[in-house]
Design a protein around this ligand. Sequence first.
Ligand code: ZN
Length: 394
Amino acid sequence: MWLERLLLMTPRQRLSTSLETNGVGAWLGRLLLMPSRHRLSTSLETNGGWVWPVRLLRVPPRQRLSTSLEMSGVGVWLVRLLLAFLLLPLAACATVPSEAPQATKRIALTFDDVPRGPGAFLTQEERTDRLIAALKGARVRQAAFFVNPGNIADPGRAGAEARIARYVRAGHVLANHSFTHPHLNATSAADYLANIDQAEAWLKGREGRRPWFRFPFLDEGGADKIKRDAIRAGLAQRGLKNGYVTVDASDWNMEALAIEAKAAGKTIDMDALRDLYVESHVQAAEFYDGLARRTLSRSPAHVMLLHETDLAAFWIDDMVAALRRAGWEIVSADEAFADPVSALMPDVPSAQGTLTEALAWEKGLPAPRWYERNTISLANRLFATRVLKETPAQ
Ligand SMILES: [Zn+2]
């Protein structure tokens, strides 16, 4: 079907279509970018590897062509290979279409609930020290810290203002996460906007301040569309933009489980906790990027939701390294929030959660529209078995 459609087109249309076709585009694109002498061996390695040519060499020469066509999948492979060579002259004179898929997946890191209360392992000073050092070591030049200024005066978080200033001196930026972290569904629109204003009064004129508001609990009004629209209008009046997230792995739950386990005197396998933390965030990034590509037909610059946790202080550099190994580029929060998706205001039955989920829902994409480990019962089971080595109750 793919080939038939392609043959019906003009030569000019063929190249861009073949690049757009799912799977084939990536394969062909990679092949065309290579020096000629690498092309044959790469194409043989693709789709089944060397098993096929080795099997073919055992067949008498005159049977080889028909055998190769009969082998499962090989016919398709051969046609693709021939097509690749036929298209080479076209590729030489055609410029790469501007709508070519993004070669790199991009993501920015954002930390909520700053200043957060104590975690399981570190003092708040140690946590800030390690987080700044780990971000610097991982060459993350600009992350965003979403602040709840109402928690700065908490006696249990002494020195919070100075710690926040240190994030800014390290190159990171600050934005509004409300003054006291209210749930929008339990607050009137007027009180909610007043709470935002209180936080903005603290942020105003501060170095590193950005005009973004992150909804606490990612609650944007739920099913109450009147309230949702009142807050949307209120933010616009104030010159604030939604500091949405597109990738979420519920790191707050992992941190809460670590605090609980530590308080209960349980043995925590720190290597297993690191692996679970890193793996879950890379999987979440991949899951939401797939969802975004199906929704938007492109990969937007993503925004990852994290919190100011001991886990981030320990392993943010490991996570960044794992993301890069998976083909991700870490971009600034400024770059991510400049993506065209930032202007979208999806209209779905309940306004909450990630922007990726809402856009997919609006487009009618089937569930699941959230990464499976955001289901807390599943996340808790993984933590118990992998980090605490507990046997789950039957
Ligand atoms: Zn929060």
